[in-house]
Write a protein that binds this ligand. Structure first.
Ligand code: ZN
Length: 425
């Protein structure tokens, strides 16, 4: 393959080889670079002299740590305009009654096609796994995982009520999921189980994951009340054990309701237990803190900065896409990044804030590439039509995605363009 002309772009310093010294970093934390690649690998990175020529802000491809491919794009048929959790659950159950493998495969295919063109390189998806149709959803998404290997890495998590793991059917599911290379998941409140029920179910889940050598990813404390009840229970159960499988807790929204003196020791305990957190601000803002007929006051979500300060690995994810749990979303990591200053006061010029979208989810998913550009790294980049972070927030930018040294086809504009074209005849 011929050597392509060097790319000229600006990349965040935190996504560049820390071994490169003396790089000029601008106020946005960006470094102007010439990037050379050959045969799908980066061959050279050179800082560019100061110039007035505008350069595109670039990132390495991003990672979606929390999605639901089995139900995505189902909002139109199963809407939940009231936006309550009860309404979402009831529509989810109705939708699941008619869900089948072919439908899940079609949804997953459409989802990964959009994810790939938007610049995602890995997606972790939870799958409703307690019902009669669960096996066909798994078969479909395992097929999807092999179809997309090398383009978008797909990780799969079994999602069931936590008590399911204490049943014989749960143990059988765990064995089957582990053999398929999946993770064990579940929902830990609300509602929380009475007495020792959740505690026993958690202990059983930990036993299964440890015996089978799988990781765990729980929906935990997706709530605007009973702050951190699930997280405290999990930590209590872990204190009774000498070892633990790798654990991720998704949502952790009610932790945001703790005051500083309650949160600091909890965050330290999570860091000490090696529990990672996936913050999901969009679904939390849509579903939580609702007050009938009034504007929301409580806007609970994972306290990202406090957790990071304590040493917890925190990634930000998109969660539901156009399903009963959230009407929007498009598997677009730049959308999530563009909204993050508003949803979570994350400012991507800050190393730690940007890490929640890039290197932290790569670590959380144990991906083979950390997402840092260095000589020998994959020639994978997302170039945006923005020149700096403010520009990125100002308007949804065009983008070009380079994967394995080749440009992906330009996005076709998607459903919005089709709609406009149709109206123009
Ligand atoms: Zn979820």
């Amino acid at each position: 393959m011929n050597t392509p002309a060097p790319l000229q772009l600006k990349l965040p310093r935190c996504l560049l080889d820390p071994g490169l010294s003396g790089l000029p970093v601008d106020a946005d934390g960006l470094v102007a670079l010439a990037v050379e690649h050959r045969d799908g690998r980066i061959t050279d990175l050179r800082p560019l002299p100061e110039t007035d020529i505008p350069l595109p802000l670039a990132l390495t491809p991003l990672v979606e740590p929390h999605a639901h491919l089995d139900k995505c794009f189902s909002w139109a048929d199963f809407p939940n305009p009231g936006g309550t959790i009860a309404g979402a659950l009831s529509q989810n159950l109705r939708e699941a009654e008619q869900r089948h493998g072919e439908l899940v495969l079609a949804r997953g295919e459409a989802a990964l096609e959009r994810a790939w063109r938007h610049g995602l390189r890995a997606v972790r998806s939870h799958i409703d796994s307690g019902g009669a149709g669960a096996r066909s959803s798994w078969d479909a998404l395992l097929e999807l995982r092999s179809r997309w290997a090398g383009r978008v890495e797909l990780q799969l998590v079994a999602l069931v009520p936590i008590g399911y793991w204490a049943t014989p059917a749960g143990a059988e599911l765990a064995r089957w999921v582990a053999a398929a290379g999946g993770l064990l998941g579940g929902v830990l409140g609300p509602p929380y189980g009475h007495g020792r029920r959740d505690r026993q179910a958690l202990a059983r889940l930990l036993d299964l994951a440890e015996a089978l050598g799988t990781g765990i990813d729980l929906h935990n404390d997706e709530a605007d009340r009973e702050p951190a009840r699930g997280m405290r229970l999990l930590l209590n159960v872990l204190r009774q054990r000498r070892t633990s499988p790798p654990i991720t807790c998704s949502h952790a929204a009610s932790l945001g309701l703790l005051n500083r003196s309650q949160l600091a020791p909890l965050a330290e305990a999570l860091a000490a237990a090696g529990i990672a957190v996936v913050a999901l601000p969009l679904t939390n803002l849509w579903l939580l803190g609702r007050r009938t007929g009034q504007q929301p006051l409580l806007r609970p979500q994972a306290p990202i900065h406090s957790l990071q300060r304590a040493g917890v690995t925190v990634a930000v994810g998109g969660d539901n896409v156009q399903d009963p749990w959230y009407p929007g979303g498009d598997f677009d990591p730049l959308e999530l990044l563009r909204l993050a200053p508003l949803t979570s006061h994350l400012w991507p010029a800050q190393r730690r804030d940007l890490a929640a979208f890039t290197t932290a989810p790569a670590r959380l998913l144990a991906l083979s590439w950390d997402g840092v550009l260095r000589r020998g790294a994959p020639a994978d980049l997302v170039l945006t039509g923005a020149g700096n972070w403010s520009d990125l927030l100002a308007r949804n930018p065009q983008r070009r995605v380079l994967r394995n040294g080749r440009w992906l086809p330009m996005p076709d504009g998607g459903p919005a363009a089709a709609l406009l074209n149709a109206s123009m005849g």
